[in-house]
Design a protein around this ligand. Structure first.
Ligand SMILES: NC(=O)C1=CN([C@@H]2O[C@H](COP(=O)(O)OP(=O)(O)OC[C@H]3O[C@@H](n4cnc5c(N)ncnc54)[C@H](OP(=O)(O)O)[C@@H]3O)[C@@H](O)[C@H]2O)C=CC1
Ligand SMILES: N[C@@H](C=O)C(=O)O
Length: 262
């Protein structure tokens, strides 16, 4: 009997990533946990080893630092036991764009998009070669709607969704499953870290409920999993409208509404 594959989870020291670690450990997987806070990673690893018997390795890394990111990429390229990547690490940025320091904007983009795509790029060729494996990218419903007023954060999450859809088209035929998970407001530290007061917000989803729902989509091999969306037809309608728009693009002809010449 083959030993269970290993799951590498970024942003595993708390929040959504820590629950993913708990759930995959209880499913019998070995884990590699990645985040900056080594003490929290070690505490989680110790608990999971004791509670589940899982083999848990930790890899402290700041994914906005090239050297640290390269170390995680190397682990993904070289450790053939890793068959699932949970691309979860991320942060939010509050306030209006003109008030956000440029360095903060760049750091958020670096974590939420550059690190995520580099890690996917590191593991995807090996998974495609093996003809199996999974890449789970954690997006957000905020990436669907500028109306949330989080332009940069939402743009990074739109990137995550688009990347996941594109990678799924490329990798599913090679046996590699790609999932985009789009939570809405979920009760984690992200809010406090971003300086957002949740007391005035509508109730948030519990983080365990979120991850268990995301795993229900994972088990069904769903491409886009939106745990807070109660009418799945809404997503199907949006997708169909997007595809219809593309079908209506006739790139060689200027649309009548833009024709200025008599
Ligand atoms: N909570 C919510 O409402 C929603 C969250 N999401 C997404 O879910 C994902 C997880 O967020 P959530 O659990 O809520 O947030 P948390 O802030 O609770 O956890 C974020 C995790 O990412 C890690 N992390 C943060 N910065 C870095 C970094 N520079 N390098 C490495 N790891 C880092 C943190 O660990 P450490 O500090 O130890 O490095 C922590 O483990 C994110 O991508 C987020 O955008 C999407 C929709 C809704
Ligand atoms: N992380 C939340 C916003 O800050 C979200 O994606 O809903």
């Amino acid at each position: 009997m083959t030993s269970p594959s290993t799951v590498l989870i970024t942003g595993a020291s708390t929040g959504i990533g820590a629950i993913y670690a708990d759930r995959f450990a209880r499913r019998g997987h070995a884990l590699v946990l990645v985040a900056r806070d080594k003490a929290r990673l070690e505490a989680l690893a110790t608990r999971l080893r004791e509670e589940t018997g899982a083999a848990v390795d930790i890899l402290a890394a700041d994914l906005t630092q090239p050297g640290d990111l390269a170390a995680v990429e190397a682990r993904l390229r070289e450790d053939a036991r890793i068959e699932t990547l949970i691309n979860n690490a991320g942060a939010a940025l509050s306030g209006p764009f003109i008030d956000q320091p440029t360095d903060d904007v760049a750091r958020l983009v670096s974590l939420n998009t550059t690190a995520l795509v580099r890690l996917a790029s590191a593991i995807a060729p090996r998974l495609a070669q093996a003809g199996k494996g999974a890449i789970v990218n954690i997006g957000s419903v905020v990436g669907l709607a500028p109306e949330f007023g989080m332009s940069v954060y939402g743009a990074t999450k739109a990137f995550v969704l688009f990347l996941s859809q594109g990678l799924s088209m490329e990798l599913a035929p090679k046996g590699v499953y790609v999932q985009a998970v789009l939570p809405a407001g979920t009760r984690t530290e992200i809010w406090e870290r971003a300086g957002i007061d949740t007391r005035a917000m509508p109730d948030l989803m519990g983080v365990e409920e979120l991850v268990d729902a995301a795993l229900a989509g994972f088990d069904r091999r769903e491409l886009v999993t939106i745990p807070p969306l109660h009418d799945a037809a809404r997503w199907e309608t949006l997708n169909a409208a997007r595809q219809a728009l593309i079908a209506d693009i006739r790139q060689a002809q200027v649309a009548q509404r833009y024709r200025t010449a008599a």
